[in-house]
Write a protein that binds this ligand. Sequence first.
Ligand code: NAG
Ligand code: NAG
Length: 390
Amino acid sequence: MLKGHGLVYPIIGLASCFAFIYMSFGDLAFQFMEKKMSFVEREGVRFVVDGKPFYVNGLGLRVCRTWAFNDGTYNALQVSPGQFNERVFKALDLVIEEARKHRIRLLLSLSNDWKDFGGKAQYVKWAWEAGLSLSSSNDSFFSDPSIRNYFKNYIKAILTRRNHLSGLQYRDDPTIFGWELMNEPHCPSDPTGDTLQKWIEEMANYVKSIDKKHLVTVGFEGFYGPASPEKMKINPAEHFNKLGVDFCRNSKVAAIDFTSVHIYPDQWLPQGTDQEEKKRFVSRWVASHIEDGQRELNKPVLFTEFGFSSKNKNFSESHMIEFYKHIFDIIYKSAVKKGAGAGSFIWQLVEGGMNDFRDEFDIDVRKRPLLLGLLKEQSCRLAKISNGMF
Ligand SMILES: *[C@@H]1O[C@H](CO)[C@@H](O)[C@H](O)[C@H]1NC(C)=O
Ligand SMILES: *[C@@H]1O[C@H](CO)[C@@H](O)[C@H](O)[C@H]1NC(C)=O
């Protein structure tokens, strides 16, 4: 999700996220400061740290997903291909260092399909400005060799960045949970899925050629494509079959360590769909992907975004709570059975001072005590079956 933001301040936003996490869990976090962090690894369908199972709970406790890109827009990190703003890079260093101090790991995304913070359209614009001949489609991000090189240069610059505070290169820093190639990639210009598949293979292998320590994922919502024709009926509507994304096929790429799913029934299902029908969709969507992780992929499935729209007709807090609880329960049940459901991240937690980030899905838990209670409950019960850090 990422639409219609105005000017935004990514780094400040991240800092606020940590401030929030610290306010909620600071004391506990500090008890673990002395212990050195280990890299998150994968064993079959589960994440492990030091050989013990590790579940992600988007709130606060362990892992925060955020952007490690801002291409060509306000406060850009990458000002033009291969040119970086050192001041912004230092701010990203600080975010990672603060995360480490609070024993929070970061799932870092490297680009965006949407135009927010630049996205693939910015790369295409750069290529046009450089006089390269290419199709005007923004999907030439995935197919054009020069743009693929721009993006590889970007990957290399991030992975080999030496954090001016810790002295560590990002690729050697266990604070980083893993790399996400792109937020919500779509390549509708090639609905066969071949273009995106090739791009994923090339980019995931490129990351691994520089960094063998971190996990890599694609970053998509989980839409099924033509390689799994029988599953396309689980997609929220027919047009999602033609986005050039193919959940099972893409997730099988050997260099992809775990897979991801987003959950937005309010935006994906037709207007006016009622709560019960949305819940049925969510049950199918979540269960189907967890099953894929177990049966077909043998990889963990992380629910990297989900949200409930405050713009819903008849919005009520009780519906919202019911929606979150429904998802948490399915993930928890999977975890108890040692299944592939590896945790979830709410889109999106905000707090004071983050007005530029707000959207119809934002949650300020200080104003939502019931939801905060639910998050704590989910965190605690997942923690009990995790590696004992919380
Ligand atoms: C590419 O994306 C940008 C930003 O969303 C948009 O303005 C532009 O029209 C798109 N180009 C094409 C050819 O669709
Ligand atoms: C909203 O509430 C009205 C009255 O209870 C109901 O008829 C309608 O189906 C509801 N709409 C949705 C989208 O749930």
